[in-house]
Design a protein around this ligand. Sequence first.
Ligand SMILES: [Cu+2]
Length: 224
Amino acid sequence: MSPRLPKPARAVLAAAALWLCAGATAQAATLSVTVLAKDGQPLSDAVVIVEPANPGNKARLAPVQAEIQQEKLQFSPKVSVLPLGSRVVFSNLDRYDHHVRGLPAGLAGLNASPDSGFALMLPARVEGKPPASATETLNQAGPMQLGCHLHGSMRGSIYVADSPWVVKTNEQGVATVVDLPEGAAQVRLWSPQQMVEQPATPVTIGPSTTLQVPTTIRQPRRRS
Ligand SMILES: [Cu+2]
């Protein structure tokens, strides 16, 4: 037998339950976006940015501490999506130097002042010692391109997100964006592979919505 609550307490509980349900309905929508490359195959590591028409009081994501390693002449992860204000530790695991640079990607990068972005000298790893590392704080929202002054083939990206609704696609080309308000929204895309800015796709978000976005973006050449 459950203990009987006095009437006023029951009323409060019922009201609280109603309020929770209402809150859940307003903020529990999920949008699953499949991004296709020019060849019709799923495009991984594309960044999906959902912009609701009525974002409400969207909570900005708390900054995090992340790591991007340099190993075998590659950035790992190759593409990171991180909240604005996050700190990134760059660690060089290779037995040779890297001179990592970060710049705003695309037009923003072309127009950026020479002192924008960052450059980090990371000496070669020495056997038995921890790898050289340096930390950068991400103070500017949007895509950043990573490279190395010493190795032209090294390419990576960071998408600095100023909303909680920015997710990169997985190996299946799918980005699942949660906790969205229902209603009209725009879906924008960014990919390190893109040659031009991608057009936005309008969508009406219900409790659980799927969307397929074909693009003219070419698949990256796979390194074996
Ligand atoms: Cu390098």
